[in-house]
Ligand binder design. Sequence first.
Ligand code: ZN
Length: 185
Amino acid sequence: MAEALTQTYLSILEQLGEDPQREGLRDTPKRAAKAMQYLTRGYQTSLEEVVNGAIFSSDNDEMVIVKNIELYSLCEHHLLPFIGQAHVAYLPNGKVLGLSKIARIVDLFARRLQIQENLTKQIADCIQEVTGARGVAVSIEAKHLCMMMRGVEKQNSSMSTSVMLGTFRTSEAARNEFLQLIRGN
Ligand SMILES: [Zn+2]
């Protein structure tokens, strides 16, 4: 795949009217191919690898929340980055997940071609599936370079999405607690 992708980037440079042989660009197709593979490595990673057995019995039934998880993704419409933060909470039901795993699950789905709405839902569904939680809440705020650098060129607009599952959907108190905790930063 790397070789075909390198050739494709070479062709893109030519089609832009560039000279791919000039010094600064000579290794660019190869570097761009490597970078693109890195930015989409979620396709090559399995959930099993990510969780790697880090799921533990616990009688804690209080909300577990991980805030301000850095998020880097690529929009599937323009292949341009969107960058922001994810906040993830769940209400354990006998099982908890190693904390670093939550950030890795965010990455597993962020490092693909995405739209923010689907990304938010995929993270929530995955945490729900892995932990069997009573409820899962995921909120993402992100700035989209496709909006900032092209089109409407709105530099300061960010997009917020959230998905509530289980108790977070049915209980206003749980939902409010989550929203308060993420706003408190
Ligand atoms: Zn876009």
